[in-house]
Design a protein around this ligand. Sequence first.
Ligand SMILES: [Zn+2]
Length: 131
Amino acid sequence: MVTPESLEIAREFYSSLPASVAQQLLRSWANGWTTSFRMHETQLLNCIFCCFGQPDNQQHYLICPSFGGVINCVLGPCLAEGFLSHLCLVNCSVLSAARLIVASLSYHSMNNYPVRFLLRLSAAGDLDGIR
Ligand SMILES: [Zn+2]
């Protein structure tokens, strides 16, 4: 639960970080990931980590078991569970901030890679478009 006290702790934590790191947190806090849902694209995608029936949106990626598993492999397990902890709004720590930043950067790297193009073709049933 977000309270005025937890927001103040998050603000102090945010302020203690280098600007480039803090900017990545702010991007996530502002729902700034460029997902197909946020960008109101005509073809809305499912989770790019293949969760069946789950949307390509930031809310899902913060609790996505497939994506979380990858991040756990890279940075170790999350010490505090829950959407708000994953968003680094409660239980703020350097590890939780690193997890969120790695998640954001990884998503955007995947999103800008040909995998997104391939997912669109697959969703449209246009496998002949893959060359
Ligand atoms: Zn997923």
